[in-house]
Design a protein around this ligand. Structure first.
Ligand code: RNT
Ligand code: ZN
Length: 414
């Protein structure tokens, strides 16, 4: 234990905050790390280079993972620089097989190398059906497509994804979240939104009809405001999925990039918590649009973490990250983003919650403002450094050489 941490512990104790308890709580929070940061959302099907569906990784930094083995090597490195035990969030088109099955033919055995690796490393796994980057998604319509044949194709993909996710959850002894995001929408103003939403609703029902063990699988649905190419209408809007998740009791996924830029996504947690049991977050940083920049330790992320802690929502929220930057080291992007999420959670856990709630309940808004502002000077950094030291991972300037050396080792990839 360093002198700095001992002093920090005392400083927090003077605010009636137990730093040891905060460290213990933080070590119990797994972050679901998105595999798609490692290869610019390309996947391993060799179908097409572009992701489609209105999502796009921009940049041409050397070192993109081109194979499952390279992606796992990069993840091994990233996880070794992130304190704690976490999860990997896998998309269906990251299958690891020579068989080249189409999306409606995927099966658990196409993913066993990932499961074996997760077991070996003590990681959890989450899953996503992939409704983009495929010829049958070229119209930006999948589960809501007017053609029943195309809808059936995607329903089958979704069903199989759920079965794979459930099997993964069973194998790893930890419920696997299967998150459904579809790009469906219209570039220009549609005249029959209702029909499109009826088709999406019915497809989701067909996809979700099969029952799986709740301890193996958590179904989630993710809304969006708009995407490139679907500016006028997204079929799976926030209201649509809030209604769907409420009625069918799936988890609701809130992506921080999927709302109007001035909306607070943190503010939504304590409202949707009344409608759904489980919440999934895609923590992201939209810059002017859903640009998926690497998350910072900024006000939005701090507010999100504080809401999770203060509203008591951590036990029923899965925290996933969703961003992709191809202009910087892809492994560094993971390390920076996950650590920022953890730092935000640690700060929230170190706040004098009882005292703050007490003054607010007494309508003492002056003290609330004073306390929140003075608390910003507390020595959070020393507690974070202690967390890293106990986990045996570097912190601060020591990270720079370390991350650069890894980037140099992968820069020669073609
Ligand atoms: C797209 C959604 C979705 C994807 C991933 C790859 O806008 O945010 O979550 O980013 O499924
Ligand atoms: Zn997302």
């Amino acid at each position: 234990m360093t002198k700095a941490y001992e002093m920090a512990r005392e400083a927090f104790a003077a605010w009636d905050v137990d730093a040891e308890a905060a460290l213990a709580a933080l070590s119990g929070i797994a972050i679901s790390v998105h595999c798609w940061q490692g290869d610019d959302v390309r996947g391993f099907e060799r179908l097409s280079a572009a992701s489609g569906g209105g999502i796009q990784a921009t940049g041409n930094h050397p070192g993109r993972a081109r194979t499952p083995d390279e992606l796992r090597a990069d993840l091994d490195f990233a996880f070794s620089r992130i304190p704690g035990r976490h999860r990997l969030n896998l998309h269906a088109f990251y299958m690891d097989t020579d068989e080249r099955p189409d999306r409606d033919q995927i099966d658990y055995h196409h993913f066993t190398p990932w499961v074996d690796w997760a077991k070996e490393k003590g990681l959890g796994l989450d899953f996503n059906p992939t409704f983009f980057a495929h010829p049958k998604a070229d119209d930006n319509l999948t589960l809501s497509h007017p053609d029943a044949g195309i809808r059936d194709f995607w329903v089958e993909h979704g069903r199989r994804s759920r079965a794979i996710a459930a099997r993964i959850g069973a194998e790893l002894g930890s419920a696997c979240v299967n998150n459904i995001w579809v790009p469906d929408g219209y570039k220009d103003i549609p005249v029959d939104r209702m029909a499109a939403r009826e088709r999406l609703w019915a497809s989701l029902d067909a996809m979700l009809a099969e029952r799986h063990e709740a301890s193996h699988l958590i179904d989630a649905v993710e809304s969006k405001l708009f995407g490139i190419g679907v500016e006028a209408c997204t079929v799976g809007s926030h209201e649509f999925y809030l209604a769907y998740a409420t009625k069918r009791q799936t988890a609701l996924c809130l992506d921080m990039g999927h709302f109007h830029p001035t909306e607070s996504v943190a503010d939504k947690l304590s409202s949707v918590a009344f409608a759904v049991q489980d919440i999934l977050l895609h923590v992201s940083r939209p810059m002017r649009w859903d640009s998926d920049h690497v998350i910072l330790l900024n006000d939005d992320v701090l507010a999100m973490a504080q809401e999770l802690v203060f509203a008591g929502l951590l036990p029923r929220t899965r925290i996933g990250l969703d961003y992709f930057d191809a202009t910087i080291s892809r492994t560094a992007a993971w390390v920076i983003g996950v650590r920022n999420m953890q730092k935000a959670l640690l700060r929230a856990l170190l706040l004098p919650q009882a005292r703050l709630k007490g003054v607010e309940a007494r309508l003492d808004h002056t003290s609330r403002l004073l306390l929140t502002e003075e608390a910003k000077d507390l020595p959070f950094a020393a507690v974070w450094a202690e967390f890293c030291a106990r986990a045996g991972v570097p912190a601060g300037a020591a990270l720079i050489d370390d991350l650069s050396a890894y980037q140099a080792s992968v820069a020669g990839r073609g």
